[in-house]
Design a protein around this ligand. Structure first.
Ligand code: ATP
Length: 336
């Protein structure tokens, strides 16, 4: 069966890592018709918009997309394109598996947890105002609807993926109404799962410390949009860095798969970006498309390629002297 998938290569190292993922998926024998779409710098160049309507419509139309990171100007210029895209597509739930891989030098080797982030509300609404000269406010918008939706998604995900515990990270001691709302909704939804899934709450400051000291105590962690991004980066550091973490964002009309890392302009076009986060995002996508066998072959091939520990193959972020191509080739050779 041929699947049709939108491909948004994005900016910086995006084109390099998405084409690596495409190569691996093709080598795994899955038949995909790719619809390449501009966004970010290519969107501005070809369609005069960092987020062209045509790109949004195509993703909704085809239902599945693999995306690279997209650049955003700091403290000015247009808004964050990836955040806007997730909002326009209603991709409210992001799933980010944080899993140790063999042969990767990292602070911990026994990490296997899932971060679930509410993608569309909280401070990611991006509503900021100058209320008086020199006084700026940012609105953290939280609704019962989105908080209940992400809580349901989280417990259902935990149940269907054999997970036993959900921990909500929050600052409801300080943000009693906004973070308090997420907690109230999560507690209510948990009642329907109480016999199968354990539930706990942790103030995020303590949660981050516990995550770094003893990550194996966590199973599924639920966070809001802003803190979800920050904690995902900390968690990436536990297993070898930003090049290791894939993600899937789910909405009612479509699902988008992308590496968690950014554009990494410092290494763009040097051919040394670690492609694994994007390749593993591709494996998550194949599972979503019902290609479970190919997804699991790709995951095993990534593990095998890493476990050989060949410095000539591994990219510099993993301590090697290899390239995006050498690591991608090694994954393809390891496909069984
Ligand atoms: P953005 O502003 O788009 O979020 P960023 O690249 O500054 O992008 P991160 O993704 O957090 O933000 O990356 C920080 C640094 O980590 C990069 O500058 C790069 O040096 C390194 N890095 C990120 N992704 C990779 C990767 N796939 N392979 C190798 N190094 C990476």
């Amino acid at each position: 069966m041929t699947h049709t998938v939108c491909l948004v290569p994005g900016d910086g190292i995006g084109p390099e890592v998405t084409s690596a993922a495409k190569r691996v998926i093709e080598a795994a024998g899955v038949d995909i018709e790719w619809v390449s779409l501009p966004a970010g710098e290519t969107g501005i160049e070809f369609l005069r918009s960092p987020l062209p309507e045509r790109t949004i419509a195509a993703i909704i139309g085809h239902g599945t997309a693999l995306k690279g990171p997209i650049s955003t100007p700091i403290a000015g210029g247009h808004g964050n394109v990836s955040v806007k895209l997730r909002q326009r597509l209603g991709l409210s739930a992001a799933v980010r598996p944080i899993k140790s891989m063999p042969g990767v030098k990292a602070p911990h080797s026994n990490v296997d947890l899932i971060i679930i982030r509410e993608n569309t509300e909280g401070l990611f609404c991006g509503i900021e105002n100058e209320v008086a000269p020199g006084v700026i406010q940012a609105l953290k918008v939280c609704t019962v609807e989105a908080s209940t939706r992400i809580a349901k998604f989280t417990f259902e995900y935990a149940l269907s993926h054999d997970r036993r515990k959900v921990t909500v990270f929050h600052r409801a001691d300080l943000l009693k109404k906004t973070d308090g709302l997420l907690l109230r909704c999560a507690r209510k939804v948990h009642r329907d799962f109480a016999d199968r899934i354990n539930y706990e709450e942790m103030i995020i400051d303590s949660g981050c410390m516990q995550l770094v000291r003893n990550p194996s105590q966590f199973d599924v962690i639920l966070l809001d949009s802003l803190t979800g991004g920050m904690v995902s980066s900390v968690a990436a550091g536990l297993i070898g860095g930003p090049g290791m973490v894939p993600s899937a964002s789910f909405g009612p009309q479509c699902v988008l798969f992308e590496p968690v890392h950014g554009c990494a302009p410092d290494i763009a076009r040097k051919g040394i970006a670690n492609p694994l986060a994007c390749i593993l995002s591709g494996a998550m996508m194949l599972e979503h498309l019902g290609e479970d066998a190919a997804a699991s072959r790709i995951r095993s091939a990534c593990e095998l390629a890493l476990s050989r520990g060949d410095a000539l193959v591994l990219t510099p972020d993993l301590g090697g002297s290899g390239s995006t191509t050498s690591l991608t080739d090694a994954v393809i050779r390891a496909l069984k």
